[in-house]
Design a protein around this ligand. Structure first.
Ligand code: GLY
Length: 422
């Protein structure tokens, strides 16, 4: 099949890599892609969040199946337009994408369908915020309703700080329309993990478990980022745990979508908190693969990912073989100094063209070609280096041995990815 992957980050590089190893793939395309993806797929300029432009591009290229990587095109309705044009699509339409695109929708959805999540209030005025904050104790969790590129969730120590953030969203509109409604919810303590599943709307299949490191600095300190590294599978996750996730979260989510008349073919990402008593609480849904989680989950997936996606798009997911992972993966993100706040871009990246060990994968995230055709830094998270091995300590040594062969000015990275679990 002719496959199109929409997006151009590390997640999309991992998706393209997985399709490049699949027997269903005859030709790979990506829009817009990046210099790493360009080694595996034909890259096309364009805006994945423009449904009409994407439909025209995919029609022109006679694409059979489109995998939509990031959330913004899903929320914008790109999947709906492609499906209307008769193309198979991995990713929900606008209605299903509300699970990620609107925190108000997703919290109400969970409450209505009995999916465990923390108590919350939905606020549209400063008075409502004051009442919601007043009845809670520290730390205060304040979230913007809409998509905010990872900048919409706040954990605050005092009532005053929480009120300031609410005022910045409602009065100063720092997040624009995304911050016009606010969720204020109870803080949940515990251990966080990512469950990625794919569904055709009837069957749900869980991909290998993963955990990412969201904080910028070693020891899980510093600012919250999109993720500085990840590992998969999580050593302590067993079949009983996955069954609990399926029974209490994933299947009720599917049933809820059906009851609401919302078709859903794509990825369900459940950000889960495991509370000290072992019970689960859903922190958030996303409707796409996690990043950097995809950079470790897809390489350890034991089956043919392209085949699984194709079956999912046809409503045949139940028939797909689902072998367990045979190895582990550990991925470390190389970022631009200053990330996640301000950082400089445009630095040449050295060492990308040298031969790498067979167990190493390098995923491009924020890179681009400069006018001379050399690869330079172009974002906060620049590259992800993934090592495959039998154990996490082996993968750890392998990844950090390799990582110093790739250099760019102001490079930062964490030196302790996965250490918290071994
Ligand atoms: N790594 C977190 C996310 O993809 O949302």
């Amino acid at each position: 099949m002719r496959i199109m992957v929409l997006g151009g980050g590390g997640r999309e590089h991992a998706i393209v890599h997985a399709f490049s190893r699949s027997k269903v793939t005859t030709k790979l395309h990506c829009c817009p892609g990046n210099p790493g993806i360009a080694k595996l797929a034909a890259c096309h300029a364009g805006n994945p969040s423009d449904p009409f432009q994407m439909t025209a591009l995919c029609k022109r290229l006679d694409i059979d199946l489109v995998f939509i990587g990031p959330e913004a095109p899903l929320v914008a309705g790109t999947a709906d337009a492609l499906r209307d044009a008769g193309i198979l699509v991995m990713g929900p339409g606008k209605l299903g994408a509300q699970l990620e695109g609107s925190k108000v929708f997703s919290k109400n959805f969970m409450k209505k369908h009995g999916i465990p999540t923390s108590s919350f209030d939905c606020c549209q005025t400063i008075e409502e915020c004051a009442a919601a904050i007043g009845k809670r104790s520290a730390p205060y969790v304040v979230k913007a309703d809409g998509l905010a590129a990872g900048k919409g969730a706040f954990l605050l120590d005092t009532k005053e700080e929480a009120m300031t953030v609410c005022s910045m969203m409602l009065d100063d509109m720092i997040l624009g329309a995304a911050g016009k409604k606010i969720i204020i919810e109870d803080f949940v303590e515990g251990q966080e993990m990512t469950i990625l599943a794919i569904t055709d709307g009837e069957t749900v299949r869980i991909l290998p478990s993963s955990q990412d490191h969201k904080r910028a600095l070693d020891g899980d300190k510093g600012s919250n980022t999109g993720g500085m590294g990840a590992y998969s599978p999580v050593p302590w996750v067993d079949d009983a745990f996955l069954k609990k996730v399926e029974d209490t979260i994933l299947m009720p989510t599917l049933e809820g979508l059906k009851k609401e008349g919302i078709p859903f073919c794509g990825v369900i990402y459940a950000g889960i908190m495991i509370k000290p008593d072992g019970s689960l609480s859903v922190l958030e849904y996303n409707v796409r693969l996690g990043d950097p989680e995809a950079q470790v989950v897809l390489p350890v997936f034991g089956g043919d990912f392209g085949e699984a996606v194709f079956a999912c798009c046809k409503g045949d997911l139940a028939k797909v073989e689902w072998p367990a992972p045979e190895c582990v993966a550990l991925g470390v993100v190389m970022a631009s100094g200053g990330y996640p706040e301000t950082y400089q871009k445009g630095f040449p990246i050295r060492g990308l063209d040298q031969p790498m060990p067979d167990n190493i994968l390098i995923f491009h995230a924020g890179t681009r070609f400069d006018a001379q055709g050399q690869v330079v830094t172009a974002g906060g998270r620049v590259l992800g280096v993934t090592a495959l091995a039998e154990t996490l300590p082996q993968a750890f040594h392998s990844v950090y041995q390799t990582i110093d062969r790739i250099q760019f000015q102001n490079r930062i990275l964490r030196s302790d990815i996965s250490k918290r679990v071994w």
